[in-house]
Design a protein. Sequence first.
Length: 117
Amino acid sequence: QVQLVESGGGLVQAGGSLRLSCSASGRTFSGYTMAWFRQAPGKEREFVAAIRWSGDSTTYADSVKGRFTISRGNDKNMVYLQMNSLKPEDSGVYYCSVGYTPPYPYWGQGTQVTVSS
């Protein structure tokens, strides 16, 4: 059974930083892309960032480019999202997702990020 567990969310002031982690287990994820999405209250879930299995290719939403960095751990079942210069509009529930191509089939339960102004 595939399980994705996110951690690292919390409350931070605008301009601050947070680092989210996602641990994937339950099967071999070789070749998969790992991604982060987020959903703010009353809004649709949106793409944030993705990284290929090899780690040699990353993609970011325009709204987070230059502020967020996605990376994989030496254990390739871990993915991280370093979030700097946070803004109130970055608030929401952040989800880790895994798959070959979108729409990804595996999702975590999410971790709450709240950025106060």
